[in-house]
Design a protein around this ligand. Structure first.
Ligand code: AGP
Length: 609
């Protein structure tokens, strides 16, 4: 949830750290700070608010020194103030942290009893005083760091520098990601390879319990028991070019419009167009799904809604029973897993703490674990038995868009392949389904032409206080995803409901002030959904009907507004109908003037529970 950086370099570290932090701002932007070793002493600059505020402070009060650490924060303990901003420091050590130290209260009491004075409300500061305490008792920095992290429980990635220790940066990882970057004359620490891309593409990822000691280009890594450890150095795909908006006003707008391309890339990886048929290059998935008695799918947020769509497809095309649960529930409810089960985890970042914990539990219970991830150098990717990548490219906007439709593309391909492996569909049916899937990018391009109409509707929707989204069947999860998009970027309360559920209570919410977004492709449940729509309109509800030409012709007359989507096969409707959901939320948020790419209180990757 926060981004951390460390540099043991040959040039002034502060400007490089600032560049790396810019690439980590998607992980959190409540406050930021940098500390360097200037001469023999630690010097710090910190600022509440976005990274640009820290840059302003540094412009007025530059930091010198070639040894440094930096942090961009998503607040967990303590308000986003300067005093709570990282790096936290004592006279002897400065430290940045991503994660949560769960036993910080007892450690703080213990350290206060020893005379340590705390200046912040954060959990992180106990790590500073714990290391300092070991230093005060004569331990060398490396030993002090190792002893201190052994006392911490919870999830952390740490980077720290020490007074009188030019060139020394120490990192530690447990539960939150931390990468080591290698270059000819310096070494780096970063929350991910993307942060280090401007400096190096040679990266290794620490494992839980590891401590890394950087002295210039020299790197020593020790495992949890203190023994030297080798971590493979990989050439990462993270690009050095800072992802830009390519002329769009927001990353979210750019990423919405990239979907035809990136969904096309993703489908090209999983579908051999010569058949067409699904061609899974990643071994293990089909062997597991072919014989599984049940499939568990788990994720968080938007990825969870992708999981719910996947359930419809696996049960329809593979006749495979599917259970779906949010990872934050699954990890604690002691689920009953079958002995030959498969557990599928979906995550754009691959670092969501709840999803990672649920994956570890499923693996410990003998499940074959499959992960659909966008960041293939992530913790979830490294720990799953089988990794199925999405090819969405870096998704910077906090609201997930292109990653979601790429997840759906992988899920649809996987469900079709599972159907074939389980003898439920034949080659002709597979070819028909794959041909439909391959039409998705074209339909998305077609729909994007409606942007001006959706924008005008967004201006109207921005006046609403509450909005309902309705869908049936495979479009019910899409209704919930549409509601999440709206609330997370426009701050308007919204709920997604199964259309058939309205008469069981929610219809009491309906009056002329409540817009209802109804997703109703002209499919097998169209008439039922239109009946629900009419029940809402009879009570004054302002309905926005999203359907194809046939659906709008049949039921659009009384609607407050209509949005026409190209006529698509039922299979790909969720992918294509994602666009009106996303664009409507985007234009509503722009009309409201909220921060579309970095909405309040949120971060792109939730690496704490
Ligand atoms: C989606 O728009 C949200 N930003 C959020 O719900 C996100 O989908 C969720 O935190 C899961 O993230 P992940 O896919 O990286 O695991």
């Amino acid at each position: 949830m926060c981004g951390i950086v460390g540099i043991s370099g040959r040039d002034d570290a502060a400007p490089l750290i600032l560049e790396a932090l810019r690439r980590l701002e998607y992980r959190g932007y409540d406050s930021a700070g940098i500390a360097t070793l200037t001469g023999h002493h630690i010097d710090r600059r910190r600022a509440p608010g976005k990274l640009s505020k820290l840059a302003e402070v540094l412009a007025k009060h530059p930091l010198s020194g070639r040894t440094g650490i930096g942090h961009t924060r998503w607040a967990t303990h303590g308000a986003p103030t300067e005093s709570n901003a990282h790096p936290h420091a004592s006279a002897r050590v400065a430290l940045v942290h991503n994660g949560i130290i769960e036993n910080f209260r007892e450690l703080r009491d213990e350290l206060r009893a020893k005379g340590h004075k705390f200046e912040s409300e954060t959990d992180t500061e106990v790590a500073v005083h714990l290391v300092t305490d070991y230093l005060d008792h004569g331990l060398a920095p490396e030993e002090a760091a190792k002893e201190a992290v052994r006392r911490l429980t919870g999830a952390y990635a740490l980077a720290m520098i020490f007074t009188d220790e030019e060139g020394l940066v120490i990192g530690a990882r447990k539960g939150s990601p931390l990468a080591v970057g290698y270059a000819e004359k310096e070494a780096y620490l970063g929350s991910d390879a993307f942060a280090l891309a401007p400096f190096t593409n040679r990266v290794s990822y620490l494992e839980d319990g590891d401590v890394a000691v950087l002295r210039g280009p020299q790197v020593s890594i020790y495992n949890e028991s203190g023994a030297p450890a080798n971590r493979e150095i990989k050439i990462t795909s993270a690009t050095a070019g800072l992802v830009d908006k390519a002329g769009f006003n927001h990353f979210m707008a750019k990423e919405i419009h990239e979907q035809p391309e990136v969904v096309g890339h993703t489908l090209a990886h999983y579908i051999d167009a010569t058949g067409p048929f699904v061609s899974l290059r990643e071994k293990g998935a089909m062997e597991a799904l072919g014989k599984a008695s049940r499939l568990m799918i788990s994720a968080c947020g938007t990825s969870y809604y992708a999981a719910l769509v996947g359930k419809y497809w696996f049960e329809k095309f593979a006749r495979l029973g599917v259970e779906v649960d949010v990872a934050s529930e699954l990890r604690y409810r002691d689920p009953v897993y079958p002995k030959d089960g498969v557990a599928l985890f979906i995550s754009q970042s691959g670092e969501t703490a709840d999803t990672l914990a649920a994956l570890r539990d499923a693996k410990a219970q003998g499940q074959t674990t499959i992960a659909i991830v966008n960041v293939t150098e992530s913790s979830i990717a490294r720990e799953a038995d089988v990794v199925l990548p999405t090819f969405a490219g870096p998704e910077i906007g906090v609201a997930s868009t292109k990653a979601f439709t790429c997840q759906l593309a992988v899920l649809a391909s996987l469900a079709i392949a599972a159907g074939r492996a389980r003898g439920i569909i034949d080659k002709a049916q597979e070819a028909k389904l794959c041909a439909s899937l391959l039409e998705t990018p074209r339909h998305m391009v077609e729909f994007a032409k409606q942007d001006a109409k959706v924008k005008a509707l967004g201006v109207e929707l921005a006046k609403a206080r509450d909005v309902l989204y309705l869908g049936r069947g495979v479009n019910f999860p899409l209704a919930m995803e549409g509601a999440l998009k709206l609330k997370e970027i426009s701050y308007i309360h919204a709920e997604g409901y199964a259309a058939g559920e309205m008469k069981h209570g929610p219809i009491a919410l309906i009056d002329e002030n409540v817009p209802i977004i109804v997703m109703a492709p002209h499919d097998a449940v169209f008439e039922k959904t239109i009946s629900n729509m009419q029940e809402s309109m009879a009570r004054g509800g302002k309905v926005v009907l999203i359907s194809d030409a046939r659906g709008i012709s049949a039921a659009g007359q009384q609607a407050w507004a209509t949005i026409e989507v190209p006529e698509t096969d039922e299979l790909i409707a969720p992918l294509v109908y994602s666009l009106p959901m996303q664009m409507l939320a985007y234009h509503t948020a722009v009309a409201k003037g909220t921060d579309v790419d970095q909405p309040r209180n949120l971060a792109k990757s939730v690496t704490v529970e």
